[in-house]
Design a protein. Structure first.
Length: 216
């Protein structure tokens, strides 16, 4: 059993990560700005106030944990996308203050920078809306920052090209920087199976210091 501090626990992906972690008996410290918005009750769940953009807050909630998971993303609108890279920087800064005892960091990443079968990147596709491109590049900037970090154990998990709520099958395939596509050329994963892959990575670390991705 791991002790997990989860930022963004009440978001679309965060709630699935929370569900999966509790399902497997892990102890979760759900870190949210307003605890009143997370009403779930579980003996392995502790809901606390915290801010991923405040390194001191990060250090406070991360102390004594095994893993810090950040599900802070840009799905909440234009104001939220601007927090993606700063949140990554703040999380790393906060964990650095804990020294050698700092927990591992796992970031919910984006799919935009993944290579497609034709050698381009997902964000090069024609017709993508500007809002989505901004989110993709914000995640790309956060990943570029993480790749400069050598003193904090980090992992970034990129979803498939399409991620949306669906069925938990427990099945998925992984790659590093290449988009996972199926026989029909589509790239997709449910938020539930994305969460399965993330918790699997916590239980059996295989991608420390790198990005990996999942898809069917």
């Amino acid at each position: 059993m791991s002790k997990i501090a989860l930022f963004g626990a009440n978001g679309t992906i965060g709630t699935r990560v929370l569900d999966e972690a509790l399902r497997r008996g892990h102890e979760v410290k759900a870190v949210v700005r307003d605890p009143a918005k997370l009403t779930r009750s579980d003996p392995h769940l502790d809901v606390v106030t915290g801010d991923a953009l405040d390194p001191a807050s990060v250090a406070k909630v991360a102390e004594g944990q095994d893993v810090v998971v950040s599900a802070v993303g840009g799905g909440g609108g234009p104001g939220h996308m601007a927090t993606i890279k700063p949140a990554a920087e703040s999380l790393v800064t906060g964990l650095r203050t804990l020294g050698a005892d700092a927990p591992r960091l796992i970031l919910v990443g984006g799919a935009g920078s993944l290579r497609t079968p034709d050698g381009t990147q997902v964000w090069d596709a024609e017709g993508l809306p500007g809002f989505l491109l901004q989110i993709m590049h914000a995640h790309g900037d956060a990943l570029d920052f993480c790749r400069t970090v050598t003193d904090v154990r980090w992992t970034s998990l990129s979803p498939a090209g399409t991620i949306e709520p669906g069925e938990r099958t427990g099945n998925y395939r992984t790659a590093l920087d290449d988009l996972v596509v199926d026989e029909d050329g589509s790239s997709r994963i449910s938020t539930e199976d994305y969460a399965v892959a993330l918790i699997d990575e916590i239980e059996e670390p295989r991608h420390i210091g790198e990005r990996f991705t999942v898809g069917y």
